[in-house]
Ligand binder design. Structure first.
Ligand SMILES: [Zn+2]
Length: 304
C-alpha cells in the first residue's frame, strides 16, 4: 500500500513537472543541413527554436546522402534551412521535392551573381564555399534572418537584435582576417589545400590560393595538377600545405612527397576545418571559432 502511494506521488509529481515546463517540447524545430549553417542560425533564432544540424561535425557535405532517418527529420521539422549553390550536391532533388510541402530557406539564394565564383558556365560549377569570406557569409545569414522573420513575424524583435549582434561579431572577425593575412601576402606565401575550398577566402583577404582537387571532393586530382603544384611550391619557397578535416590527406601527402623529391622540405599542416565545424565544445566548434582556428594555423604554418 505504501509502495502504491509512493508510485502515485511520483507519477503526480512528474505530471506536474511537465506542466511546469510547457515550452519544453513545444519549441519549433529548425533543421539546418551542416554544422556551419546550424551554428549561424542558432545565433540568430536564440531561444525561439531548437536548431539541429542534419550532418554531424566532420562530415563532407559534397558527398552526403540523406538516410531514411534524415528524410524523416527533414519532413517532420518545422523549417529546413540549407546552403544551396549545390554544396549539398546529392540532396538537390530532395530540396526540390520538399519545396512542395515544407518551409524551406536557401540562405545563398540572394547573393548577387557577380559576387559568386565559378569554374565554368554550368549551374553546378559555382563555388559553394562562401563562408570563407566572412562578409559574404554575413550576407547569407542576413537573408536567412529576413526569411525567418517572414515565417515567424512574432520573433522579429529578438531575431533582429540577435542578428545585429552576431553580424557585428562577424564584422570584427573579417577585419582580424584582413590584418593577419596581409602579413602572409607580404611574405609571398600562398595557401595550398587538398580541395578548392578557399577561393573566396583568397579573394576576400587577397591571398593566392591553390587546390589540388576541384571545387567538389567528387573529382580526383590528376598527375599534371600534382607536378604543376610541386614546381610552384619549390619556386615560391612555400613553407606548408594543408590537410582538411573532411577529406583524406592522401592527395596532399603526395604533394609533400613530390616536394621532398625536389629536395624541398615542406610541412603538412592542419587539418583545416573546411566544410564542417570541429566537435561541439572544441575551439573550432562554432563558426567564429572555426575561422579563427583556421587563420591561426595558416598564419603560423606559413610564417615559420
Ligand atoms: Zn568543399
Amino acid at each position: 500500500m505504501r509502495n502504491c502511494l509512493l508510485i502515485l506521488i511520483i507519477s503526480l509529481l512528474s505530471f506536474a513537472c511537465k506542466f511546469d515546463n510547457p515550452e519544453e517540447n513545444t519549441k519549433p524545430q529548425i533543421v539546418a543541413t551542416t554544422s556551419i549553417l546550424a551554428d549561424g542560425i542558432r545565433n540568430i533564432v536564440g531561444e525561439n527554436a531548437d536548431v539541429v544540424s542534419l550532418m554531424p561535425a566532420g562530415v563532407d557535405p559534397h558527398l552526403y546522402k540523406a538516410s531514411v532517418r534524415d528524410l524523416d527529420l527533414l519532413q517532420n521539422a518545422d523549417m529546413v534551412i540549407y546552403h544551396g549553390l549545390f554544396l549539398e550536391g546529392k540532396m538537390t532533388e530532395i530540396f526540390e521535392k520538399l519545396a512542395f510541402s515544407q518551409n524551406l530557406i536557401n540562405v545563398s539564394e540572394n547573393i548577387p551573381q557577380e559576387l559568386l565564383l565559378r569554374s565554368g558556365p554550368e549551374a553546378h560549377s559555382v563555388d559553394p564555399h562562401i563562408w570563407f569570406d566572412v562578409s559574404l557569409w554575413s550576407l547569407a545569414l542576413a537573408h536567412g534572418s529576413e526569411e525567418l522573420i517572414k515565417w515567424q513575424p512574432e520573433w522579429k524583435t529578438t531575431i533582429n537584435k540577435n542578428t545585429e549582434s552576431y553580424l557585428s561579431q562577424l564584422a570584427l572577425l573579417h577585419q582580424d582576417n584582413l590584418t593577419k593575412v596581409a602579413q602572409l601576402r607580404q611574405a609571398n606565401q600562398a595557401l595550398i589545400t587538398a580541395h578548392d575550398a578557399f577561393s573566396y577566402f583568397g579573394r576576400a583577404y587577397d591571398l593566392e590560393v591553390l587546390g589540388l582537387q576541384g571545387l567538389s571532393t567528387l573529382s580526383e586530382p590528376g598527375l599534371r595538377d600534382l607536378t604543376g603544384l610541386v614546381s610552384f611550391i619549390v619556386e615560391r619557397n612555400i613553407h606548408a600545405v594543408f590537410a582538411e578535416q573532411t577529406i583524406s590527406p592522401k592527395a596532399i601527402e603526395a604533394v609533400v612527397a613530390g616536394c621532398a623529391n625536389q629536395n624541398h622540405e615542406i610541412k603538412l599542416a592542419g587539418p583545416l576545418y573546411t566544410d564542417s565545424l570541429g566537435a561541439p565544445e572544441s575551439p573550432a566548434g562554432t563558426y567564429i571559432g572555426m575561422v579563427k582556428t583556421n587563420v591561426q594555423v595558416i598564419f603560423e604554418s606559413l610564417t615559420q
